[in-house]
Design a protein around this ligand. Structure first.
Ligand code: C5P
Length: 219
């Protein structure tokens, strides 16, 4: 049996950074499940389709090739908005479910060629739907303003033009769509450890997560 850690939370709460550090620390393979939805959204846009069209979006999700997850365009805000639209479509979520569960069950070998101890998946519904039996679940949050500020800085560092007010607006729009949809909305599992990173730096968030995971005696 491999160990599964689920990390959920809204955009820019610090899930990605935290997940990468925990994966490194515990020797786990990591899957950023947001990339699956981003790649699906981008595939629909590239074909000239509408990400809100259930038929086009589900077909794109079914045709997804894991090699497409490396596309740098997936990091941009157009991809994020398209992801948030396709992800509300139940057929898209169903199409991506098997891939995520298979990753959790049979994690790929690590970059250095050593076998993984388990898997860490980050997303919106990992602890509630994808891996409800995960060994440890974390729900990472931060205030909307702190998350918008982080995303704004990240966009600037990558050389993208960004206006804070616009980033904040997009963040609120995406939060509302992710939390309000009927198919697997963003939600904390009852047994998730709530980690608010509003006033924490990456090191402090990591320490808090390690303290929680240690309490589970998994490693
Ligand atoms: O995490 P990230 O910002 O890359 O996710 C992009 C979008 O994909 C989210 O806004 C959400 O709508 C969707 N998503 C999801 N379920 C997941 C991961 C991401 O619905 N497990």
């Amino acid at each position: 049996m491999t160990i599964v850690i689920a990390i959920d939370g809204p955009a820019a709460a610090g899930k990605g950074t935290l997940g990468a550090r925990l994966a490194q620390h515990y020797g786990l393979a990591k899957l950023d499940t947001g990339l699956l939805y981003r790649a699906t959204g981008v595939k629909v846009l590239a074909a000239g389709g509408n990400p809100e069209d259930p038929v086009a979006a589900e077909a794109a999700a079914r045709a997804l090739d894991p090699a497409e997850l490396a596309n740098p365009a997936l990091r941009g805000d157009a991809a994020a908005q398209a992801a948030s639209k396709v992800s509300a479509i139940p057929g898209v979520r169903a199409a991506l479910l098997d891939f995520q569960r298979e990753f959790a069950k049979n994690p790929p070998v690590l970059a250095d060629g050593s076998p993984a101890q388990g898997a860490i998946l980050d997303g919106r519904d990992i602890g509630t739907t994808v891996c409800p039996h995960a060994d440890a679940k974390l729900f990472v949050t931060a205030s909307t303003e702190v998350r918008a500020e982080r995303r704004f800085k990240e966009l600037q560092e990558r050389g993208h033009e960004a206006i804070y007010a616009r980033v904040l607006e997009d963040m609120k729009e995406r939060d509302a769509r992710d939390s309000g949809r009927s198919a697997s909305p963003l939600a904390a599992a009852d047994d998730a450890y709530m980690l608010d990173t509003s006033a924490l730096n990456a090191d402090q968030a990591f320490q808090a997560a390690v303290a929680f995971i240690s309490s589970k005696n998994l490693f």
